[in-house]
Design a protein around this ligand. Structure first.
Ligand SMILES: [Zn+2]
Length: 306
């Protein structure tokens, strides 16, 4: 049984866009790469584990971000592609535009660390058949974007509506609800991608094994659950071929210490201290290790699951 920690390195302006706010102009604009990444590195060193970091290509125009990617890669972590632009309407664009966004993202990663990514994660957990066609054509080994989680889907739709009700426009979108019927364990995609077939390997993002609920097992919910709640969620994952724990760089940021007090009213996870969130994430991973899971990168999981 394998477990993978993956970290989407969405930089702070992504969160401004989700909440319909102006992007920051101060140092907090780079808090994920300049403050968060080092905390993940030290936590992963303590766990003696390699993880997968999904980078957005355009963030790597900034030299400290490129250095961080090179450092992570040098330490044995996998760097995956999270597109160049991280457009929230990525899946509504043409196949050609998607293919270009994927290729430019890979170019930026290769430029930063010398290796082209083989794994992909779409922005905002939304993907379409055309994306899989582009990934296959560009030689990817796996995708990890499908999130078959009804409670998350409902919460996201409600959040977008509530942001609109307050007169702001979220750049976030929800996709085809049929994604909720996708398998929760690794599978080869068919057409449509939420059915099984013989296409690309999909490593779905973690949901608990309780068939009726499929609660989200991701950074935000685990960190917000506190240490006891995090242990409960990790136990609810049961025994699976792969537990795919998807985190975000912001998960280890602290509103006060990292200059993000301005974002706190909009971003509930910033109401918890960085240390408390780390403690909760660590509790969840400790339960996984006690259950017998081995921590590997998503790339390695993809190989071992073949
Ligand atoms: Zn993202």
């Amino acid at each position: 049984m394998f477990a993978s920690i993956s970290v989407d390195l969405d930089e702070i302006p992504c969160y401004s866009a989700i909440h319909g706010l102006e992007p920051p102009t101060d140092g907090s604009a780079h808090a994920v790469y300049e403050r968060g990444v080092a905390r993940f590195e030290s936590w992963l060193r303590q766990l003696d584990a390699r993880a997968t970091f999904f980078a957005i290509g355009r963030d790597l125009d900034h030299a400290p971000a490129r250095d961080a990617i090179a450092r992570l890669h040098g330490a044995g972590h996998e760097i995956g592609n999270h597109t160049f632009h991280h457009r929230y309407d990525f899946t509504r664009r043409s196949a050609e535009s998607q293919g270009d966004d994927i290729r430019r993202g890979a170019d930026a990663i290769e430029h930063a660390c010398g290796e082209r990514p083989v794994g992909f994660r779409a922005p905002g957990y939304t993907i379409v058949d055309a994306t899989f066609e582009q990934l296959t054509a560009q030689g990817y080994e796996y995708d990890s974007s499908v999130f078959p989680c009804p409670p998350y889907y409902a919460a996201k739709a409600a959040a977008i509506a509530s942001i609109a009700a307050r007169g702001r426009r979220s750049h976030s979108i929800v996709d085809d609800p049929r994604v909720l019927t996708a398998p929760a364990d690794p599978y080869r995609v068919g057409t449509p991608y939420h059915r099984r077939g013989d296409g690309m390997l999909e490593l779905p993002i973690g949901v608990t094994g309780l068939a009726s609920a499929r609660l989200p097992f991701i950074g935000t919910t685990v960190a917000m659950a506190g240490e006891r709640g995090a242990r409960w969620l990790a136990r609810a994952m049961g025994r699976r071929p792969l537990v795919n724990l998807e985190l975000h760089g912001i998960d280890l940021l602290d509103a006060e210490a990292d200059g993000l007090a301005w974002l706190k009213p909009y971003q509930p996870d910033l109401k918890r201290a960085g240390q408390a969130k780390l403690a909760a994430l660590n509790s969840a991973v400790t339960v996984l290790l006690e259950t017998g899971y081995t921590l590997v990168t998503l790339h390695e999981a993809a190989h071992r699951l073949e």
